[in-house]
Design a protein around this ligand. Structure first.
Ligand code: HEM
Length: 124
């Protein structure tokens, strides 16, 4: 991308890979530090969890990197994720983005991309 061209995805606007890595670290600490959520990841090894977080954040930010994982329905089926827990996770992401210096308007745009996935992810 030329320096004269405005970044056209949220991913680019907040600073690309470096910003995503910072958000992933903060988000990871919040999700695993939440007693309501950590059990969902009990059978998930750390490498997979970090991949989960990176893809989650990348998807949220409109990363240009192709996503080749399972559909959101398949990835979360059998986990019995509740609506409240989904909201908690999205709340942790929003707080992590704030801590990483992302502005509220951008966070609102990110939330707008994630909320439509709720019906595929929540099964309890
Ligand atoms: C918008 C919200 C979410 C997005 C975008 C998202 C994204 C993803 C992605 C991309 C994967 C990996 C799929 C693959 O590797 O094929 C995944 C797996 C997973 N997600 Fe999520 N997720 C969301 C919400 C949640 C919530 C609310 C929970 C639990 C409370 C959760 C728990 C998990 C677990 C346990 C796995 C499986 C990890 C494994 O296979 O080891 N996710 N998610």
């Amino acid at each position: 991308m030329s320096e004269l061209q405005a970044p056209d995805t949220i991913f680019e606007r907040i600073g690309g890979d470096a910003a995503v890595e910072a958000v992933v670290e903060i988000f990871y600490g919040k999700v695993l530090g939440d007693p309501e959520l950590k059990d969902y990841f009990a059978d998930t090894d750390i490498d997979r969890l970090k991949k989960h977080q990176a893809r989650f954040v990348g998807m949220a930010l409109g990363s240009t990197r192709p996503y080749s994982g399972r559909s959101m329905g398949k990835a979360h089926e059998g986990l019995a994720i509740t609506s409240d827990h989904f909201d908690l996770v999205v709340g942790h992401l929003a707080a992590s983005l704030t801590e990483a210096g992302v502005d509220d308007e951008t966070i609102g745009a990110i939330a707008g991309k994630l909320l439509p996935l709720k019906g595929d992810i929540v099964t309890a």
